[in-house]
Design a protein around this ligand. Structure first.
Ligand SMILES: [Zn+2]
Ligand SMILES: [Zn+2]
Length: 319
């Protein structure tokens, strides 16, 4: 079966690979998989990655290694990407995302979804509603990451929120905050991408057009993916406000820290989130994704697909 394998140094190639067979896990035939910024970073050599990337997928369970998995055979599922050891303090507390020996689908120690088949434990899988198209279901994982913010800080109708970054992730975060009731502004540099957000009812602004002393937001989310995003976020948050950090660029950020101290700003690191609320947001159309799909590609056309993903919003592989 096909698998897109990245060698150390970053050059991907389509290869013929054995079907995964992990005892106790589910074998899932991948139907579609989305390209995310993290995948592009892995291709650029981030984390010295080698293996099969891809962690935003929807697929059909074909075989299972346990009772729970057998009940999913034939179902269309999406999958949480962290697999814990099951025994450490984090895993025992139900936080497999922070298991020190975890594997992460398509990122750390576990082949990902840019392939015909992928393997995950049944406990990681969630069935998706029959009427949710594959092209929407691939957004569950990043939407869950957006929902993580709602677990970390109070967001409601009185929240004035700004999201920095008009890329695929910033767009999902802005819609998610808006769905939670927040008055939400998406700030970006790309008029075409901002126009898509505006067409979905999200208020937008061009980066740099906000007065530098416009520190008035209760919550600012940095989804720029760039080292300079965090300083911009700190400049826009009100005293005692919250800055959520979602950018996982490689390297360091230059950040004057005194404003954080003087204005008593709370910095919150934020990664993976809950799937159930994400599926719900997508199912009821509170987060809309069709306009965010820039193109759909065959796995064979991975080079064009990755190139397109660098400048457009979501590129989806259709297996
Ligand atoms: Zn991702
Ligand atoms: Zn563990």
């Amino acid at each position: 079966v096909r698998a897109l394998i990245v060698g150390r140094g970053g050059a991907p190639a389509l290869a013929d690979a054995p079907r995964p067979a992990v005892p106790g896990e589910c074998l899932i035939r991948v139907r579609a998989a989305g390209i995310c910024g993290t995948d592009l970073q892995l291709l650029d050599g981030y984390a010295d990655f080698a293996g099969v990337p891809g962690h935003e997928f929807v697929g059909e369970v074909e075989a299972a290694g346990d009772e729970r998995g057998r009940s999913l055979i034939g179902r269309r599922v999406v999958g949480e990407i962290n697999v814990g050891c099951g025994a450490c303090a984090s895993c025992t507390a139900g936080v497999k995302e922070h298991c020190p020996t975890r594997t992460v689908l398509g990122i750390v120690g576990r082949p990902g979804a840019f392939a015909d088949y992928v393997s995950l434990p049944a406990a990681n899988l969630h069935a998706v509603p029959d009427d949710m198209p594959d092209e929407a279901a691939v957004f569950v994982e990043p939407t869950a990451a957006a929902c993580r913010i709602l677990e970390q800080t109070r967001v409601g109708p009185s929240t004035r929120a700004a999201v920095l970054g008009d890329g695929r992730f910033g767009q999902l975060i802005a819609q998610t905050l808006k769905a939670a009731g927040a008055e939400t502004l998406l700030v970006g540099r790309h008029p075409a991408k901002l126009a898509i957000a505006a067409s979905l009812g999200v208020e937008t602004a061009v980066a740099g057009s906000l007065p530098p002393d416009a520190a008035r937001f209760d919550l600012v989310v940095d989804a720029t993916g760039k080292p300079e995003g965090i300083a911009q976020a700190v400049a826009l948050v009100r005293p005692r406000g919250v800055v959520v950090m979602k950018s996982t660029f490689h390297g360091e950020a230059a950040l004057p820290t005194w404003p954080i101290v003087v204005h008593e700003v709370t910095l919150v690191g934020s990664r993976c989130g809950p799937f159930r609320p994400a599926i719900d947001l997508l199912a009821r159309g509170a987060v809309r994704t069709a306009p965010l799909v820039s193109s759909v590609a065959r796995l064979e056309d991975y080079q064009q697909a990755f190139a397109a993903a660098r400048t457009s919003l979501k590129v989806i592989f259709r297996m």
